[in-house]
Design a protein around this ligand. Sequence first.
Ligand code: GAL
Length: 713
Amino acid sequence: MIKIRLSILFFTITLLFVGCNKKDYNDKWTVISKGIWKYNASSKEKTNLLDVAKTIPDLARLNQFEDTPFPLNKDSIKITKQNGKLFLRFPLAKDEQIYGLGLQFKQVNKRGQIYNLHVDHYGGVDNGRTHAPVPFYVSSKGYGVLINSARYITVYVGTAVRTDSPDPPKVYNRNKDKDWDAQPASDAVEILIPADEAEIIVFAGKSPMEVVQKYNLYNGGGCLPPKWGLGFTYRTHTMFADTDVLKEVKAFEEHGFPLDFIGLEPGWMDRSYPCSYKWDAERFPKPETFIKTLLQNNVRTNLWMNPYIAPNTLLYSPMLPYAGTHTVWNGIVPDYTLDKARNIFTDYYQKELLNIGISGLKIDECDGFDNWLWPDVAKFPSGVDAEQMRQTYGLLLQEMITEEYHKKNIRTYGLVRASNAGATRFPFVIYNDYYQHEDFITALVNSGFCGLLWTPEVRSSATGEEWLRRTQSVCFSPMAMINAWSSDTKPWSYPDVFDAVKNIALLRMQLLPYIYTTFAQYHFDGIPPVRPMVLIDGFISKDKIDISTPNNAYNQAKLKDIKDQYMFGDNILVAPVFTGQKTRTVILPKGKWYDFYTGRYAGENEIITVACKLNEIPLYVRDGGIIPMIASRLHTPKNGEHIALEVRYYGNAEAKFLLYDDDGETYNYEKSAFSWTNLTVTKDKTGKLSGDTKRISGNVFNYKDITFKFMGH
Ligand code: GAL
């Protein structure tokens, strides 16, 4: 009897023990929404990326995804604390690739690299120091990991081999084995966070694209720029006066070159580096009239600034109590985590700049370099560490300015040189001074993994060919921009290529309905406007790659680092050409593809070699690709201006495209003031194609006379 009782007791204790363990175990990861989990054994620090960005996850949209199981074996994730630091270890399979980790310029596939994620001006090496070192990575296996921490995090992407590795690599002898490798394959992504708190979030989806979508929606969804932001922009020479700018605007008109907004560089202020934020009385004696005149010419104005306030200027004394211990170029560094500091700047901005019609800012120099910026020993009145301030300063400024426009129900679209996780919803595009065309395209591809927008801006060029090639690329990016702040180059400065430069800028204008819808997809569904090939459905997935013929060139090419082509929206594959390139290869994903310009069949599931025509950037459209376009024009249309829509259709497959529209300039879309229209192409029994249009929802619709053009038919 006693024996039985004892064994019951023993059994109960065991059950309790296992039960407790199980409970602990399951409690480690809390479900946030379908396919998103938070590790709750460690809380986040008070200053962290997502809270600085004031991120509000779009849970309603996130919960529309299908449920997904936790993507990894929980036992294989190790998270430990020691000496005030966090050590993270995530498993990495042999055939797994890792993407993301912010705006890097050299590689798309991050496997085998080490990144010390640190906001900085990019210095030509992918070591983690960059304008937007986002601590988020996406795996080819369909999951992602976000570290919500404003610390200098180090990520070892499959570089270190551990003694306790469950799957250690083979040991070779360099004296004899040709397979010896200086970097034996590691089976882990390991992360060092120099703090004992950090929020760790895991995302899972049906595909890597769905993971990126969830990341973006977790950050509130992508920004929806005003329509004018998607037109063409030009930044004038820094020392231009109002009369020079007006002359420039006239010259654009005379050359038939599109222009939606113009950027004024440091010379608009009476002093810069550090800044006064005050108009220079000689160059801009009547700013209000000047801005109005530009607006009458359908041109908006964007102003350059950096955040450092000059002594003896209006904002200096009020801001001094809320500034850090160190200066930058002798200007004070406001602690914008404090409401008081924020109000001093935003009150001024509203009154003096926003209210006279300034459409946005270019927020410069908030990223680096170390020898210029505040050091890590600096202190800020809020108590936020200098390191955290460095990692979040770009976010703080973007959030502050976005909010000012939001309050006024006016959309803005500007530029910024530092960003981080949480920035998805901010209408700011990153740029820099690095100016390597090839690497600019790699950055464009990388921006698509982490909720970033990047422009491969055009400044000046050694030849007309280079000028054209760069302009062609920038027209297929989030901001089509020439930045002539120091060069004073004009679109027409290279007469040998001017026609082609103008044509591509006008094509950008024609594509507005397509590009605007692409951004609506970013906003509502989290799908980035610039899409890396590896996120494209069926491009790289184990079942699609024919592993029975591993030497197949097509499969091999797809497994390489694909950094010179990308999708711009659903249907256009962009293959930029660099100076000197006479031919280039393009990897066409599954399905048939067609030449954008002619509608001619280009290939299918193969690598094509293209002879590069000087006046064209190679563009391909998928079978059944629908591209809504308008006639070329110099300024994006205003709300209420109903314009004819030409719907281009490519290939033979039956197709549909959901066209988005709204007023293009306010936030009324947040209150459902928008429309979705279904554009469809169907075939009858004889194979004849016909197009149809059907409004699905809403009534803000600025198009009329919709015609279908069957390309190549
Ligand atoms: C740089 C910036 C340039 C230009 C210049 C003006 O920092 O990257 O685009 O604005 O400042 O001084």
